[in-house]
Design a protein around this ligand. Structure first.
Ligand code: AMP
Ligand code: GLY
Length: 414
């Protein structure tokens, strides 16, 4: 069967790498893909939000399954557009994609179903948001309601910081419409966990835990990024696991009660404060870099899993994990998450050490050279018996990549 993967990041490269191992997948296409994905399949020059062209392509190439990487096309209705044409696609519909495109929508869902989350208020105008600050203690978390490329969350340390943030989001419209509504919520403190779940017609089937490193610099310093390192599995105490399982069941029950038909990925961001898990956020797509460390550990056939999810036949036992530890280190363009230069040549290693994988997050070809084309550029993954083995392998691979414009954190999984 022919499979189309929409997106151009490390997540899509890792999904393609995993699908390529299925005996049922005969040809892979990426729209638009990157330099790395071109070694696995065919890159098609259609952007992720050009839904009509993607539908036309899938029809003319008789694509048997399409998998959507990023949230934008999901929120724009790609699933409905494909299904209308009888094309098979894995991802949530527009209604369920609101769990990612509106923080207020998700917070309301969590509140309605008594699911533990940070206490919050939603404001649609600056004056009432300002008045809302009278009731809070600091730090406080201010979130643009809509999609803001991962930049719409600010932890305000004091009143001045909070008012300045509200001004930038609501008056100066830094994120356009996405910031015209804000959620102000209680600050929670503790380790975070990424739990990606395959949802099959509202049934929530979790993958293994992963831990993402969001800050740009060592020691969790610097600006927030999309994620610059990751590892899986993550040891989680039994009683916390039990509570997370109970919350997952509450989410499932909530989806059913509210009458959704959710099929796709529900990525639950958990934070564990004083040993108690709270839901921080939902995304409706595979995480990046979570996918780069989860796919190498998945032993079962991803193509079967996604098809079973669509057909409502997926069960927990379909997901088989290796005991291996995976550590992923992201090489980013110097300057990321702020301004950076593109087009610098990258010399990739001719040979990779055994137990390593290299996924491309943001690369392109300039003639025959591979160059950086985005903020996050490559993910070096190490696989080992212990996290330390995996970490050393990942950094060994990092050391073999040559470029004058790449940087990385040195403390991932340390
Ligand atoms: P979100 O997009 O809602 O996941 O927020 C992005 C990041 O901001 C999270 O991964 C956390 O690191 C941080 N964050 C969000 N909400 C809170 C909160 N209530 N308390 C502490 N940190 C938070
Ligand atoms: N790594 C976090 C995300 O994919 O949103």
């Amino acid at each position: 069967m022919k499979v189309l993967i929409i997106g151009s990041g490390g997540r899509e490269h890792a999904l393609g790498w995993k699908l390529d191992q299925s005996t049922k997948v005969h040809e892979l296409y990426f729209a638009p893909g990157n330099a790395g994905t071109s070694f696995l399949g065919t890159n098609v020059a259609i952007n992720v939000t050009e839904i009509d062209q993607l539908v036309e392509f899938a029809k003319s190439e008789e694509i048997g399954l399409t998998i959507v990487g990023p949230e934008d096309p999901l929120c724009d209705g790609i699933v409905e557009a494909f299904e209308k044409e009888g094309l098979r696609i894995f991802g949530p519909n527009t209604e369920c994609s609101k769990f990612e495109s509106s923080k207020d929508f998700t917070k309301n869902f969590l509140k309605r179903h008594n699911i533990p989350t940070a206490a919050y208020n939603t404001y649609t105008d600056y004056d009432s948001a300002l008045a809302g600050l009278d009731e809070v203690s600091y730090p406080i978390v201010i979130k643009a309601d809509g999609l803001a490329l991962g930049k719409g969350v600010v932890i305000a340390e004091n009143y001045e910081h909070a008012t300045a943030t509200l001004d930038v989001m609501m008056n100066q419209a830094q994120f356009g419409d996405a910031g015209s509504t804000v959620v102000i919520e209680e600050f929670l403190d503790g380790p975070e966990l990424s739990l990606l779940c395959i949802v099959s017609h509202n049934r929530v089937i979790p993958l293994d835990f992963a831990r993402d490193y969001k800050r740009a610099l060592d020691g969790d310093k610097g600006l927030n990024t999309g994620g610059v390192g990751c590892y899986s599995p993550v040891p989680v105490e039994n009683h916390v696991q039990k509570e997370i399982k109970a919350i997952n069941e509450m989410i499932e029950k909530g989806l059913i009660e509210d009458g959704y038909d959710f099929t796709g990925i529900l990525f639950i961001g958990y934070i564990v404060q004083n040993d108690v898990p709270y839901v921080l956020e939902f995304n409706v797509r595979f995480g990046d870099p979570e996918t780069e460390v989860l796919m190498p550990r998945l032993e079962s056939d991803l193509f079967d899993i996604l098809n079973k999810a669509i057909d409502d036949t997926l069960v927990d036992e379909d997901l088989i994990w290796s005991n291996e530890q995976a550590v992923g280190v992201i090489l980013t363009s110097k300057g990321y998450p702020e301004a950076f230069e593109k087009g610098h040549t990258i010399k990739l290693p001719a040979q990779k050490p055994t137990g390593t994988l290299l996924f491309h997050n943001g690369t392109a070809f300039d003639d025959d050279s591979v160059v950086n084309a985005a903020g996050r550029v490559l993910t070096a993954v190490g696989l080992g018996k212990t996290k330390e083995d995996a970490r050393l392998l990942a950094y060994n691979l990092v050391g073999r990549i040559e470029s004058d414009n790449l940087t990385y954190r040195t403390d991932i999984a340390k």
